[in-house]
Design a protein around this ligand. Structure first.
Ligand SMILES: Cc1cc2nc3c(=O)[nH]c(=O)nc-3n(C[C@H](O)[C@H](O)[C@H](O)COP(=O)(O)OP(=O)(O)OC[C@H]3O[C@@H](n4cnc5c(N)ncnc54)[C@H](O)[C@@H]3O)c2cc1C
Length: 502
C-alpha cells in the first residue's frame, strides 16, 4: 500500500492547482516544495516592512483561474481580494513624454485616434477580432489537453470555431498588429506586450497579438501580493486534507516497471505514491530526476531539443515617496524593430545593451495596494531587459553594475529622482532565479513559447513514457503565465481522472 495516492513535486501554481483539485476529489495528496515559500514565480516576500512580488505582477485572463476555483467548490473572488487596476498601463517615451492607457476601449480608441485617426478607427475592428479569438481560445485549446494530434482533433471537433484562428499560429504577433495599425507611434504602444509571452514580435505566435486587447477586459492585483493566489490554493487543498512540506527537495522520481512509484528526497528518504505530478521544469524532470536509463530514445531526444526561453533581471525596490508614475505598469516605448533587434543582436550574442538604450518595465504594485509598504512609502519592481548568457562575464560579477546603471538612467530621464528616494534595491538576476526557484537558465516560462514549443510540441501533461506520471506548470501545455499554469494544473487533474483509478 503506497504512502499517498499522489505526490506533487513543487508548490508553484501548476502543482498547487493539481494538488488541491485532487485532494478535493478525495485523494490523499502530499505536496513537496524545495524552497521555504509557496508559489514559485507567483509569490511574495517581505523585507523591512515592504512586500515584494517575486515574479508575476498582475492577474489577467481570469477564466482558467475561475475554472480551478469553481472545481474546488468556491470562486476566485471569494478566495482572493482582487483590486481592479485602471489605468492599465503607461508608456514612457525617451523624451520624457508619457501616454496612459485606460481600461475603457472607447477611451483607448480616442487616444489612438489622437496619434493616428485611421488607426483609431481600426482599433475597434481589432478589438472585435481579438474578442472573438480570445473567447474561442479560452473555451477550447487553453483549457484542454493537447498531448496528441488526437487531442487536438477532439478540441477542434468540440469547438470548430477554433479552425478560424489556428492559422494565426503560423503568423506572428507583428503580422497581426501591423495588419491593423500602420502608425509607428501606435505600434510602439503595443510592441512591448509581445514580451509578456517571452518573445519579440517577429517570433511570438499571432494569437498572442490579442494581449493589447485582452488587458482591456481587466487586470487585477491580489490585495497583499501575488502570493494570495497560491495561498488560496493551499487553503482549499488543506481543507480537503492536502499535506504540504516546505524545504523538502525531491532528488529523484522512483520508476519501477515503467511506472512512477514515488520520490526520493534530498536526505535519502523514500516516499511512495500511486501517482506523481511534477511541477518541475520537464527537461530537469526527465534528465535529472528520472534519468536517461528510463527514457526511450524519442523522449530523450525530444526533451533535449527543447530550448529554454526568456529570462529576466528583476530589481525589488522600496522608496520613501509616491513615485512620479501613472499606472501599475509603465514601460519604455519601443518599436517592434528594436525588440526584434534586441533578440538578434544581444540575446543571441550575449552582449548587453548600454543602460540608456535598454528598455523594460517598471511595475508599481503599491499604486493598486497601499498595504504593501509602510505609510507614505511604496514598492516598485524594476525590470530591465536582460538574458541569461553573457559574453565575457557572468551575472554574479555583472549584476550590481548593470542594475546601478539602469536605475541611474531611469532616474535621470524617466522617473525623476528615483535614485534619491530608494530605501533598498534587491537585484535578482537570471542566475539567481535559476538557483532559488530551480528555473534552468532562469527561463521564466520554462521553454520558448514559439509555435515549435506549443501544444503537441510541449511536453505532455500525461507522460508518454512513464505510467502514473503527470506534468503540470509552465513547461507543459498551455505554457507560462499565471492563468495558463493554473490551466495546466486543471488539465493534469482531468487527465488523472480520465486515466487512473481514483
Ligand atoms: C521574473 C518573472 C516575472 C513574471 N511575470 C509574470 C507576469 O507578470 N504575468 C504572468 O502571467 N506571469 C509572469 N511570470 C510567469 C509566471 O509567474 C509563471 O509562468 C508561473 O507562476 C509558473 O508556475 P509553475 O506552476 O510553472 O511553477 P513555478 O512557479 O516554476 O514553481 C515550481 C515550484 O517547484 C519547486 N521545485 C522545483 N524543483 C523542485 C524539486 N526538485 N523538489 C521540490 N520542489 C521543486 C520550485 O521551488 C517552485 O516553487 C513571471 C515569471 C518570472 C520568473
Amino acid at each position: 500500500m503506497a504512502d499517498y495516492d499522489v505526490i506533487v513535486i513543487g508548490a508553484g501554481l501548476g502543482g498547487l492547482s493539481s494538488g488541491a483539485l485532487l485532494a478535493h476529489r478525495g485523494l490523499k495528496v502530499l505536496v513537496l516544495e524545495q524552497s521555504g515559500r509557496i508559489g514559485g514565480c507567483c509569490s511574495t516576500f517581505e523585507r523591512d516592512g515592504y512586500r515584494h512580488d517575486v515574479g508575476a505582477s498582475i492577474v489577467e485572463i481570469t477564466q482558467p483561474i475561475e475554472l480551478v476555483f469553481k472545481a474546488l467548490g468556491t470562486s476566485f473572488g471569494e478566495e482572493v481580494d482582487l483590486i481592479p487596476c485602471d489605468p492599465i498601463f503607461s508608456v514612457m517615451y525617451r523624451n520624457g513624454e508619457r501616454i496612459t492607457v485606460e481600461k475603457s476601449i472607447e477611451a483607448t480608441g480616442k487616444l489612438i485616434a489622437s496619434l493616428d485617426p485611421a488607426d483609431g478607427r481600426r482599433w475597434f475592428d481589432f478589438c472585435d477580432y481579438c474578442s472573438d479569438m480570445m473567447d474561442v481560445l479560452l473555451d477550447s485549446i487553453l483549457v484542454e489537453p493537447a498531448d496528441t494530434l488526437g487531442d487536438m482533433a477532439r478540441v477542434v471537433k468540440k469547438n470548430p470555431a477554433l479552425l478560424r484562428y489556428l492559422p494565426n499560429f503560423m503568423s506572428t504577433y507583428q503580422d497581426l498588429i501591423q495588419k491593423y495599425f500602420k502608425s509607428d507611434q501606435v505600434q510602439r504602444t503595443m510592441a512591448y506586450q509581445s514580451l509578456y509571452m517571452g518573445m519579440p514580435p517577429a517570433l511570438c505566435p499571432g494569437p498572442f497579438a490579442m494581449i493589447p486587447y485582452s488587458e482591456h477586459r481587466g487586470i487585477w492585483y491580489p490585495r497583499g501580493g501575488m502570493i494570495r493566489i497560491p495561498e488560496a490554493l493551499v487553503r482549499c487543498g488543506q481543507k480537503d486534507g492536502m499535506e504540504l512540506r516546505l524545504n523538502t527537495p525531491v532528488t529523484s522520481v522512483i520508476v519501477r516497471n515503467g511506472r512512477a512509484k514515488g520520490v526520493v528526497l534530498e536526505d535519502g528518504r523514500e516516499i511512495s505514491s500511486r501517482m506523481v505530478v511534477s511541477n518541475v521544469n520537464p527537461r530537469m524532470l526527465y534528465l535529472d530526476l528520472i534519468g536517461e536509463q528510463h527514457l526511450p530514445w524519442l523522449t530523450r531526444t525530444g526533451v533535449k531539443s527543447l530550448k529554454y526561453g526568456k529570462s529576466l533581471c528583476m530589481v525589488y525596490v522600496g522608496v520613501d515617496c509616491k513615485p512620479p508614475l501613472d499606472a501599475h505598469h509603465s514601460y519604455i516605448a519601443v518599436s517592434m524593430q528594436e525588440v526584434n533587434d534586441f533578440w538578434a543582436k544581444h540575446v543571441e550574442t550575449g552582449v548587453m545593451l548600454p543602460a540608456n538604450a535598454n528598455y523594460g518595465l517598471v511595475c508599481w504594485p503599491s499604486h493598486s495596494d497601499d498595504s504593501l509598504a509602510p505609510e507614505g512609502h511604496h514598492v516598485l519592481n524594476v525590470i530591465p531587459e536582460s538574458f541569461y548568457h553573457l559574453k565575457g562575464t557572468n551575472w554574479d560579477a555583472f549584476k550590481d553594475r548593470f542594475i546601478d546603471e539602469y536605475i541611474d538612467y531611469l532616474s535621470e530621464k524617466l522617473v525623476p529622482d528615483l535614485r534619491g528616494h530608494i530605501t533598498h534595491a534587491i537585484g535578482s538576476s537570471p542566475v539567481d532565479f535559476e538557483r532559488h526557484l530551480r528555473l534552468p537558465e532562469g527561463s521564466i516560462y520554462c521553454f520558448h513559447q514559439d509555435a515549435s514549443h506549443q501544444a503537441v510540441f510541449r511536453p505532455s501533461s500525461k507522460s508518454k513514457c512513464i505510467d502514473g506520471l503527470y506534468l503540470t506548470g509552465s513547461g507543459t501545455h498551455p505554457g507560462g503565465g499565471v492563468p495558463t499554469t493554473m490551466s495546466s494544473g486543471y488539465i493534469a487533474y482531468s487527465q488523472i481522472l480520465k486515466h487512473e483509478r481514483c
